[in-house]
Design a protein around this ligand. Structure first.
Ligand SMILES: [Zn+2]
Length: 264
């Protein structure tokens, strides 16, 4: 750097900050807060989705693009056991169950829920509600449980219940999704803030209330779940990526959003 430029450097930096022209000499990057750390769990003991690689890729891209959070992975039983001990969990701000299924081996399931309650994030995608079926406290935490889905992938008209939440603010009043559509049980509308729902049974078309995505407080912890995301083309779509990123940002406390049940 020549002398003149060296003298001008503080001025250039402050001008760049004032004009929003982006980081010169990484002045901005130096001031950026440390990214949150998210543990992405893809262990399965029941159904294994062949779209798991697409889900991992999508979460990594969201991490790289947003720089809001860094990711680590638990892909095997041993990794999951090691990373969900009390000492292991201390290194994370949240956990993302990406298409997990069945009785996956957490180090200590009860302590895991207490850890969320103490103020950490839980994000669940699709078969996260088909996980730990014999552990009612987990089902209570996530807010619902997989019951069934129509045999065919279908197109449904999704109703957006919160137009300000970061997970749904880009989706309009209603939008169409083509996916494997879950019907859930052990869901209590009074316990969650519903973000996406259907007013028709995805199989029979009968009128009713069928939730597909929600968020809730769990003690001081924040829980976001979306039942959508079976198909790789859904996972890779722009609307879904923004849906999940909004959910992650809300759950990690990086974005504001209502969590009060609409019908307490
Ligand atoms: Zn599925």
């Amino acid at each position: 750097m020549n002398k003149t430029l060296a003298r001008l450097r503080p001025l250039i930096c402050s001008l760049a900050l004032l004009t929003g022209a982006g980081p010169l000499y990484s002045a901005r990057a130096a001031a950026a807060p440390k990214p949150k750390r998210l543990l992405v769990v893809t262990v399965t003991k029941g159904w294994r989705h062949d779209s798991i690689p697409a889900a991992e890729r999508m979460i990594k891209q969201l991490s790289d693009e947003s720089r809001a959070f860094a990711v680590d992975y638990a892909r095997t039983d041993d990794e999951l056991k090691a990373k969900t001990t009390a000492a292991g969990l201390k290194t994370y701000d949240g956990v993302f169950f990406a298409q997990t299924s069945g009785d996956i081996p957490l180090a200590d399931p009860a302590a895991f829920l207490e850890w969320i309650k103490a103020g950490h994030a839980f994000i669940g995608m699709h078969s996260a509600t088909d996980t730990l079926p014999g552990f009612p406290d987990y089902i209570e935490m996530i807010g619902g449980q997989f019951e069934s889905h129509p045999p065919e992938h279908i197109t449904v008209q999704c109703i957006i219940e919160d137009h300000a939440h970061p997970a749904t603010s880009h989706l309009g009043k209603t939008f169409k999704a083509h996916d494997e559509i879950y019907i859930l049980k052990n869901f209590n509308r009074a316990r969650v803030h519903t973000l996406v729902s259907l007013d028709k049974h995805p199989g029979t078309g009968a009128h009713g209330y069928f939730p597909l995505a929600w968020n809730r407080m769990y003690g001081k912890g924040r829980v976001f779940y979306t039942a959508l995301g079976h198909r790789a083309d859904v996972i890779e779509s722009d609307w879904y990526r923004r849906h999940v990123l909004g959910g992650i940002r809300w759950a990690l406390g990086l974005a504001k959003g209502n969590a009060r049940p609409q019908r307490p």
